[in-house]
Write a protein of this length. Structure first.
Length: 450
């Protein structure tokens, strides 16, 4: 009991010390007194649990649980990272980690798939965006934290894991057995679509994404002059803010890329594009969908506001908040939402997303039609659907609404990895068509002027 008592009072003293150190003067107005009362209640509950719970409990586990609960009450993206998770997160930004290969969030109290990563174990067995993982190894995920879910799903290469998935349209949940693997995320893929027209897909924003992007474009240029480029950000869950800025900088010749606004002064930042030789001499189409989140929305928003690219696809996820990683003693850390970010024109995409200039839904294949009939919103999981999400600080903005809708292809589907092939990808085919049309109309305008 000595260890438990010492740990508890150290925790309470730490909270009080942190509170009083950042709130000078509040001791006189009674606010500090109320904090003392609330912390005393916490201490009392902790003592009752330790003495009366049916089984003996670990005080460290209780306190970490309290911290996790506190952060979970804020928003879906703030959480406590124990030492193992914190270390894994640092590894993950480098593009290599062990697991299943899915981006997850919490919706309706269940672990929900935002997007599977192409080529990974989860992708290969057929996990789809919007899938609810209702059990992991027989354990219900109802009200399970993201951190706990990640811990259960991570594991050594070659080990098996059983998950139970519910998908809209299923008559009953389906069990999947997945063999874990080392997940290598290839951040950037580039290829030529047709002579003069390039395609670049960014899967996520990692430490060297900007360098990989420039290498990819360089390889495209070796195969001929670029007359147009498709930048594919579909199912890109985001990543590092600085990489979103650097990627945007590749395509912009000066001007604001994004700015952030938070309560603390050092969270009020502006990121500008540099002047100089850039990839600015050809038209662009950016592809987005409901799986395009965070950093990918920063890029799409910047290129849209600067009229540098046409945005095509479906409404994006709508994650418009910035998370700061704060290391703690003992190797743990906090992921804390500290700011909203805004596009160059001053729009927040929080819980709203980036509205494409031209809406083009993916078309369901014949095999899909024969095997299932999905509800219209199967793949429409967005920030606004997440419990406890931050509200959009902007007033409703009509400019964020889509300008045009292609009514010929309106059935939402699982956007599987047919990307890079216009024959199997209606959105990419439409993007290529628009780029080729650009040059036709440009020539017509020159003829008319002459």
């Amino acid at each position: 009991m000595m260890r438990s008592t010492t740990s508890r009072f150290f925790f309470l003293a730490l909270l009080l010390g942190a509170f009083l150190s950042v709130t000078p003067g509040l001791q006189q107005d009674g606010v500090a007194g109320s904090k003392y009362e609330e912390l005393a209640t916490f201490n009392n509950v902790l003592s009752i649990v330790e003495k009366n719970y049916v089984e003996s409990v670990d005080d460290k586990k209780l306190i970490e649980g309290a911290i996790q609960g506190m952060l979970a009450s804020l928003d879906p993206h703030s959480n406590f990272l124990d030492a193992d998770t914190f270390k894994e997160m640092q590894v993950e930004t480098k593009g290599t980690f062990g697991g299943l290969g899915i981006e997850i969030t919490v919706k309706d109290g269940y672990i929900t798939v935002v997007s599977p990563i192409a080529g990974t174990p989860a992708y290969r067995v057929g996990i789809q965006p919007g899938d609810k993982i209702i059990k992991i190894e027989g354990k219900s995920t109802k009200n399970m934290s993201l951190i706990d879910a990640v811990k259960l799903m991570r594991g050594p290469k070659g080990s098996k894991i059983n998950i139970t998935v519910y998908r809209e349209g299923m008559t009953r949940p389906e069990d999947y057995t997945i063999v874990r693997d080392v997940i290598h995320i290839e951040s950037v893929k580039a290829r030529v679509l047709e002579k003069g027209y390039g395609y670049v897909k960014i899967a996520s924003f990692q430490e060297k994404t900007d360098q990989d992007l420039e290498k990819g474009i360089s390889e495209l240029r070796k195969k001929g002059d670029l007359k147009g480029l498709v930048l594919d950000l579909r199912n890109n869950p985001g990543g590092l803010l600085d990489q979103a800025v650097k990627v945007s900088n590749v395509f912009l010749d000066g001007g604001l890329i994004v700015y952030t606004d938070g309560r603390v002064e050092n969270q009020k930042m502006r990121f500008e594009a540099t002047k100089g030789a850039k990839e600015v001499n050809y038209p662009m189409v950016v592809l987005v969908n409901g799986g395009s989140a965070s950093a990918s929305e920063i890029v799409a928003g910047a290129l849209q506001d600067h009229r540098r690219a046409l945005i095509l696809g479906t409404q994006t996820f709508g994650k418009g908040s910035v998370q700061t990683i704060i290391p703690l003693e003992g190797g743990s850390g906090l992921r804390l939402t500290t700011a909203h970010y805004f596009t160059p024109d001053g729009h927040s995409i929080q819980a709203k997303g980036i509205g494409p200039d031209i809406v083009v839904e993916p078309v369901e294949t014949k095999a899909d039609e024969d095997s299932k009939k999905e509800d219209e919103d199967v793949f429409m999981l967005r920030e606004e659907n997440l419990e406890g999400h931050l509200e959009n600080p902007d007033e409703p903005d009509e400019s964020a609404e889509p300008a045009e809708k292609d009514e010929k292809s309106s059935t939402p589907v699982d956007p599987r990895e047919t990307y890079g092939d216009p024959k199997n990808d209606v959105q990419l085919a439409r993007a290529l068509e628009l780029l080729k049309s650009w040059h036709v109309f440009e020539a017509l305008a020159k003829n008319e002027a002459s």
